[in-house]
Design a protein around this ligand. Structure first.
Ligand code: CP
Length: 329
């Protein structure tokens, strides 16, 4: 692979290799010296046309742990406001040296356009494009599932897919690149996915997606899922006419205190609660649920650094962990 643009493109072998490499990166993160020399002399450019906290900073942390240099670009405050194009912006940054461009863009397809255009030679990593995909978020979610759910079931956290897991993804599916990337990747890894949303927040053609579809969160929860993934309500992309009131939304599709209590009352149930962040507390998830011991929200953030180290390492080091492991660096 030269680029990481989509989880739809990932084979089972590629996906498991990234997750296994991320496990090795996580082990490096537990050492006293957390840095590897693997990407010394390489430069990673973070090219962000939309706001971000977790993705941008964890790509920066990941690149620095691999000893790469990092250049951060935010469209706000740049010459984009003077009309500079994506091509000119990318070529300008590459002229100052770039081996990888990590791009977040409001336009679906912008990272694929950059990768296919020939405008730059650098590897392109999609850090979230419009409503299309957010592949590293799905990979860190899969990594979290493998560590939390598979570990509870006594399965190994390396070399494994997610066969047999039941995952419920809930909320604003219409606008969610996280839901799309997770759906493709979870299917590749063998998990069963149920999408739950208000009827107005499903995309046209949802029936053709490889998952179950439901409007009823309580019915989906009654199926004892291994994980519930709550999605952010994306107010900034929303047509208010299609959104139920906040009160109706949180009561019908939010993971609220009553649903948390119902989960706690079910003996022996180890269901974990996930959210990619940032959260609208009190809308799609209650504070009690977000902060409960079942929540993996901060573990997802921590795992994001290991997964992004793995992605950068596999794309830029020219090494396959089958021959050289990060631990041997
Ligand atoms: N999950 C996620 O993409 O968060 P940020 O928008 O903060 O990067």
């Amino acid at each position: 692979m030269k680029h990481l643009l989509s989880t739809e493109d990932l084979s089972l072998t590629d996906a498991v290799r990234i997750l296994d490499t991320a496990e090795e990166m996580a082990a490096v993160g537990e050492r006293e010296v957390k840095k590897l020399p693997a990407l010394r002399g390489r430069t990673v450019v973070n090219l962000f046309f939309e706001d971000s906290t977790r993705t941008r900073i964890s790509f920066e942390a990941a690149a620095k742990r691999l000893s790469a240099d990092v250049i951060n670009f935010a469209a706000k405050g740049s010459s984009v406001s003077k009309g500079e194009s994506l091509k000119d912006t990318a070529q300008t940054l590459e002229a100052m040296s770039a081996d990888a461009v990590v791009i977040r863009h409001w336009a679906s397809g912008a990272p694929a356009r950059l990768a296919a255009s020939g405008w730059i030679d650098a590897a392109v990593i999609n850090a979230g494009d419009g409503t299309h995909e957010h592949p590293t978020q799905a990979l860190l979610d899969a990594f979290t599932l493998r560590r939390h759910v598979c570990a509870l079931a006594g399965r190994s956290s390396t070399g494994e897919d997610l066969r047999g897991l039941r995952i419920v993804i809930v909320g604003d599916v219409l606008h969610s690149r996280v839901a799309r990337s997770n759906l493709w990747l979870l299917n590749t890894l063998g998990a069963e996915v149920t999408l739950v949303a208000p009827p107005t927040l499903f995309p046209v053609g949802i029936q053709a997606w490889p998952c179950k579809v439901s409007f009823d969160l309580d019915e989906a929860l009654a199926d004892n899922p291994h994980a519930i993934m709550m999605l952010r309500v994306q107010g900034e992309r929303m047509n208010a006419a299609f959104f139920p009131s906040a009160r109706e939304y949180s009561r019908t599709w939010g993971f609220d205190d009553d649903r948390l209590a119902a989960l706690e009352a079910t003996a022996g149930k180890d269901t974990i609660i996930m959210h990619p962040g940032p959260m609208n507390r009190g809308l799609e998830i209650s504070s009690a649920a977000a902060d409960s011991p079942r929540s993996t929200i901060l573990a997802q953030v921590r795992n994001g650094v290991s997964v992004r180290m793995a992605a950068l390492y596999l794309l830029l080091s020219g090494e396959d962990t089958a021959t050289t492991t990060p631990a041997q660096e």
